[in-house]
Design a protein around this ligand. Structure first.
Ligand SMILES: Cc1cc2nc3c(=O)[nH]c(=O)nc-3n(C[C@H](O)[C@H](O)[C@H](O)COP(=O)(O)OP(=O)(O)OC[C@H]3O[C@@H](n4cnc5c(N)ncnc54)[C@H](O)[C@@H]3O)c2cc1C
Length: 459
């Protein structure tokens, strides 16, 4: 490799600030309709692992810090930084399934829906993210709270290995037995990871033959009683049942639910048979005050694809978003009652709060050898969703006030995948246990001693 590479030596076409294609490439890097005012010096879209090696060599030889992007779904647009080189991996989106070993080798820009489509013909499944368009890159690196994670564990528990290009330009494979420190960091470090992952080796599950779902919607004013019942029922349900509460400021009316402030309880069972799925859903379906429901659906069969379609409707594309997370030691009913109150004052009726009950397995064997961990009794994600650029400030302010209402002492934890990294410089650190945070800093010092890679975004 020459000492100082020229742009022509970089595979994947380098786009520099000022080039005709620069603005489009910069804006396309972030899925959120609200684009950060941050401007890399150059953007490259490698088509192969060799191109990634060249891109990193170019960055080193030009003194450029490196940011990485897979699917661009980080709400804070963490891949867009001022200065440096943005490596946009959107062309590395392959999925290769090996049914004989029930494994898949997946490029970082492959999306949840790509993976579902590749696995379905083989009767296999993976805890993909809830939204179809989220790429596996940032999702798996953050830990991954996917469909059926209450039974299967965080999605990164099924990452058996990664291929990565490191700061010094080496291509390495990492697993429990090879480069174990980097492998452990890759299971949770999220947007602070310090190498470029070019492929994930995933372990797969037999696809549950019967997936069934049920839901009931109530007025938001009933949040306290609905939450007390739903959380009790969810905890009585076997791990194969995923229960989530969705609180909406007003939302769009649907065929069965009129617009208005609502709380919806949705439960989905992932089981081998219809009978087992119905039995698993029974605690949530048996609701003593069902008569108060604005709408109620009997358990019905569904699929990963239909679940994706439904979840995708919660987060329409081409909208402006701000999001934040909280792991809290407080019980859900009081936490959500306070949060519901702020939701009634949201500047945008589309905004919502999602509270999955026990979103991830707490089984120690599914949480080992990773820096991701559940950090509280209760978990919620708050999303401000709007479309008028003039309302950016009002909506961002509302999100931050809501999070302060939810966590007045500021002692709660966060989930790095969806936390508002621009809210406070402590957001990243509070996404980890103190021991995991210290471990992450040590491993970064070993693998990226000169800080070639940007670390966590902060205000
Ligand atoms: C609509 C929507 C729904 C979501 N639903 C869920 C959900 O159900 N469960 C959940 O856990 N999360 C969810 N998320 C959060 C999501 O997991 C994170 O935003 C994640 O970062 C998205 O991955 P990405 O590759 O698209 O992100 P990007 O924005 O491309 O990447 C985010 C950061 O990750 C790092 N990174 C990404 N790829 C690589 C790589 N190959 N090598 C090294 N570093 C890399 C970089 O630092 C980058 O800045 C959701 C997000 C959205 C927008």
């Amino acid at each position: 490799m020459p000492d100082r590479m020229s742009a022509e030596d970089v595979g994947g076409a380098l786009i520099r600030r000022g080039d005709r294609d620069y603005d489009g490439a910069r804006v396309d890097a972030v899925w959120n309709g609200r684009k950060p005012d941050r401007f890399p010096d150059a953007i490259v879209r490698p088509a192969s692992e060799e191109d990634v090696v060249e891109a990193l060599a170019y960055a080193r030889s030009h003194g450029l810090r490196v940011a990485v992007r897979s699917g661009g779904h980080n709400w804070s647009g963490s891949s867009l930084r001022d200065g440096g080189l943005l490596i946009d991996l959107s062309r590395l989106a392959g999925c290769r399934v090996d049914p004989a070993t029930a494994t898949a080798t997946v490029g970082p820009a492959a999306t949840g829906q790509d993976l579902v489509a590749a696995l379905a013909p083989h009767g296999l499944a993976f805890p993909v993210g809830h939204c179809p368009s989220v790429a596996v890159g940032g999702f798996l690196l953050s830990g991954g709270l996917g469909w059926n994670s209450r039974a299967w564990g965080p999605s990164c528990a099924d990452v058996h290995g990664i291929r990565a290009v490191t700061a010094d330009g080496r291509t390495v494979t990492c697993s429990e037995t090879e480069n174990g420190d980097l492998f452990r960091a890759a299971r949770g470090a999220g947007p602070g990871f310090f190498a470029v992952v070019t492929a994930f080796l995933l372990g797969l599950h037999p696809r549950p033959a019967s997936i069934m779902t049920t839901r009931a919607t109530f007025p938001l004013s009933e949040t306290g009683s609905v939450t007390s019942w739903a959380v009790r029922a969810a905890r009585e349900s076997p791990p194969c049942v995923e229960t989530a509460l969705v609180l909406r400021a007003s939302g769009e009316p649907t065929a069965t639910v009129p617009a208005g402030p609502r709380i919806t309880v949705a439960a989905t069972a992932f089981c081998p048979t219809r009978e087992e799925a119905l039995a698993a859903l029974a605690p949530v379906h048996a609701c003593s005050f069902a008569a108060d429901a604005v709408s109620r659906h009997q358990p019905e069969p569904t699929s990963f694809t239909t679940l994706h379609t439904g979840a995708g409707a919660l987060w329409p594309s081409e909208h402006r978003y701000a999001a934040d997370t909280l792991w809290s030691s407080e019980h859900y009913p009081s936490l959500l009652t306070r949060t519901a109150d702020t939701l009634t004052r949201a500047p945008s009726g589309r905004s919502l709060v999602l509270a999955p009950v026990q979103p991830v397995s707490e089984e120690p064997s599914l949480l080992r050898n990773m820096v991701f961990s559940p950090l509280g009794e209760s978990y919620l994600v708050c999303y401000a969703i709007w479309d008028d650029p003039a309302a950016d400030e009002a909506n961002t302010r509302w999100l931050r006030e809501t999070m302060t209402t939810a966590d007045p002492s500021g002692c709660g934890g966060h989930y790095i995948a969806e936390t508002d990294q621009e809210a406070a410089s402590t957001r990243a650190q509070r996404s980890y246990t103190p021991a995991d945070w210290d471990a992450l800093r040590e491993v970064k010092a070993r693998w990226d001693p000169e800080n070639l890679f940007h670390s966590y975004l902060a205000p």
